[in-house]
Design a protein around this ligand. Sequence first.
Ligand SMILES: Nc1ncnc2c1ncn2[C@@H]1O[C@H](COP(=O)(O)OP(=O)(O)OP(=O)(O)O)[C@@H](O)[C@H]1O
Ligand SMILES: [Mg+2]
Length: 240
Amino acid sequence: MSLITIKNLVKIYSSDGVNTQALNGIDLEINEGEFVAIMGPSGSGKSTLLQILGCLERITFGQYFFEDKELNTYSDDELAFIRNQKMGFIFQSFNLLPRLTVFENVKLPLIYTENLKDFEKNKIVDDLITLVGINERKDYRSTKLSGGQKQRVAIARALVNQPKIIFADEPTGSLDSKSGETILKFLQDLNDQGHTIVLVTHESEVAESAKRIIYIKDGLIDRDCLVTNRRIVKEQGFNK
Ligand SMILES: Nc1ncnc2c1ncn2[C@@H]1O[C@H](COP(=O)(O)OP(=O)(O)OP(=O)(O)O)[C@@H](O)[C@H]1O
Ligand SMILES: [Mg+2]
C-alpha cells in the first residue's frame, strides 16, 4: 500500500533575495514497509527531500500525499500533529536536549499524547531505553554520552510514539564503524517489524542495508534501484 506519493515536487529556498532551487520536480512513491536509502552528491537535495517528507519543510510547487492526505494543503498545526503521531526522526547530530536526562529526552515526544497516563508513558520510555541498551545511563544528561550512545537515545526517542515511518539523515555519519553497525541493525530490525524507513547516507555500505536505493542528482531522481542481499537487482533510470 502506498504510504507516500510525491508529484512534481519543486523546492525553492529564498533567503536574502537569493533563490536556490533545491528540488526540480520529483515524482516518488514509497510503500508501507519499505526501507529506502537516498544517496547523491553533497548539495543534491537529499536532506531537503527528507525534511519535506518529514513535514519539517514545506514544498514550493507540487503535491505531497501521506496516507492519501494531501499534506501541502495542511496548516502548520495540522502538520505538527501528523509529525508527532506518525513520524520519527534521527539526525546525524542527534538533536538531543543537553539539559535533559536520557529518560527525559526519550519521553519528550509524549508530551502531547493525552490518552496515556504518566505511569504508562514512563513504562514505554523505560522499555525503549532497555531495548536500545542504554538503561544504565538513563539518568545521565545527554552531554555525558558517547556518540553511539546518543544515537541510541535518539532512536528510542524516535520510536516513543510508535511512528509509522522513521526518517534518518546520516544517522551513522558521526559514529565509529562499530556503533554505526549497531544503529543500522536497529533500523533493519525496526523495518522487519513493519516500520517504513527512509534514510539519507553518503556511504554505499550503509545504503546497501536498505531494500531500495534512490540516487538524487541536481534535485532530480537519477536512478531508483531495488536491492536484495546487498546487491542491486533492478535499476530504473529517470534521466530524460
Ligand atoms: N535552509 C536553506 N536555505 C537556503 N538554501 C538551502 C537551505 N537548505 C539547503 N539549501 C540549499 O539547497 C541545496 C540542497 O541542499 P541539501 O541540504 O538538501 O543537500 P544534501 O544533498 O543534503 O547535501 P549534503 O550531502 O551536503 O548534506 C543546496 O544548494 C543548499 O545550499
Ligand atoms: Mg544533507
